[in-house]
Design a protein around this ligand. Structure first.
Ligand code: NAD
Length: 374
């Protein structure tokens, strides 16, 4: 079997496999082909892949001959339109937001695994690309905020007088939010946090931040680790409290997402306009609409003295480690679908294989994507 690592589109610096992981896959008797220069942006040169046992080949050969094609982002139409039926694609294809593309791939008879849909169970943790990448995004969000902010983060007492610590507000204490709290605390900021899941209160407090409670959140215990939409009454209560917190904050980092839906607007235009001049907002939910009313995805804007950075791709700004962790996630998932002597063994009785598979045998087979179509 041939497993191929494609070079990502311009603007994506990560790569699906790193040499250390290639070495382990080759030991499973799988041939690994890597497109020339695929790892360069993440600082993994072709020679390192060669030494790990991979062959460096041109893209056209990969597309024609590989059985499994790895690309973090979905490939360009000219790539997949000419690929032969039966191929397996594996990456982060956001099927809940790309249902039309998934149908086109089903029509092409591709088997598609989208690692962002892996069920959030304990067994899946080592394969959870959303977590491994969100962790980096949370860390980088704080560094970006600190770099952009025109003042210090920590409290400083100097001969020229003292500087108060920055006040950081974090909306959403999932994987990215928790890492953002830890990083902001390490830099000496005072941190306040909102989340609709009261279960995270303890974790937030153990990181030294204050958890702002809003009563009456919708029960998300059956949503597989994800958030659910909130009632109008809850949203109103939350809005009041967030308005009080944003008015005091120097930095706001927003991470709230609801799978398959636009991100909830938690910060209105009026709230941004009521923030202190020089404040900074980093919106990690920008790609699905953003958590503020003024966010522009992929852009940095200055709104009434507040810098608003809409960026959901911050993991890509640490491409070496982001790729390393992503590659380990891929390796752990491959172990579920590659059997003895490197042969493909798709076992759809396994909930992780089933939950991650989007299309197979000409159909959309993923329950969450199918629900969107009804
Ligand atoms: P996410 O990216 O979907 O959302 C980020 C956070 O925003 C979540 O904590 C969510 O509750 C919060 N949020 C959503 N709407 C909000 C609103 N209106 N106001 C305030 N906050 C809001 O979440 P995530 O980081 O991917 O993970 C969510 C949970 O799933 C975490 O508890 C995480 O530990 C768990 N998880 C489990 C596994 C596993 O067991 N395999 C893997 C990953 C995550």
């Amino acid at each position: 079997m041939i497993l191929a690592v494609l070079k990502e589109k311009a603007g994506e610096n990560r790569v699906s496999l790193v040499p250390e992981v290639v070495k382990q896959i080759v030991q499973q008797q799988v041939n690994v082909w890597v497109e020339e220069g695929a790892g360069m942006q993440a600082f993994y040169p072709d020679e390192a892949y060669r030494q790990a046992g991979a062959e460096i080949r041109p893209r056209a050969e990969l597309l024609q001959q590989a059985d499994i094609l790895l690309s973090i982002r979905h490939p360009a139409a000219e790539d997949w339109k000419n690929a032969s039926p039966g191929k397996i694609w594996m990456g982060v294809y956001q099927p809940l937001y790309n249902a039309t593309l998934m149908q086109e791939w089903a029509d092409k008879q591709f088997t598609v695994f989208s690692l962002d849909t892996i069920p959030r169970t304990t067994r899946a943790q080592s394969m959870d690309v959303l977590s491994s990448q969100a962790n980096i995004a949370g860390y980088k969000a704080v560094l970006l905020a600190a770099y952009t902010y025109s003042r210090y983060f920590p409290m400083l007492m100097t001969a020229a007088g003292s500087i108060p610590p920055a006040k950081v507000l974090i909306l959403g204490a999932g994987v990215a939010g928790l890492q953002a709290i830890a990083t902001a605390r390490r830099l000496g900021a005072v941190v306040e946090v909102f989340d609709t899941r009261p279960a995270v209160k303890e974790e937030v407090m153990s990181l030294g931040a204050k958890f702002v409670e809003v009563e009456g959140a919708a029960d998300a215990s059956k949503a597989g680790g994800y958030a659910v939409e909130q009632s109008a009454e809850y949203k109103q209560k939350q809005e009041q409290k967030i308005a009080e917190s944003t008015a005091k904050a120097d930095i706001v980092i927003t991470t709230a997402q609801i799978p398959g839906k636009p991100a909830p607007i938690l910060i209105s235009r009026a709230m941004v306009e009521n923030m202190k001049t020089g404040s900074v907002i980093i919106d990690l939910a920008a790609a699905t609409g953003g958590n503020t009313e003024v966010t522009k995805n992929g852009e940095t804007i200055l709104h009434n003295g507040v810098t608003v950075i809409g960026n959901s791709d911050l993991a890509g700004t640490a491409p070496a480690d982001a790729s390393k962790l992503y590659a380990r996630n891929v390796l752990n998932f491959l172990k579920l679908i590659i059997g003895k002597e490197g042969a493909l063994d798709l076992n759809f009785a396994d909930d992780l294989v089933k939950g991650t598979c989007i299309t197979h045998h000409g159909e959309i087979v993923n329950d969450r994507v199918k629900q969107l179509q009804t």
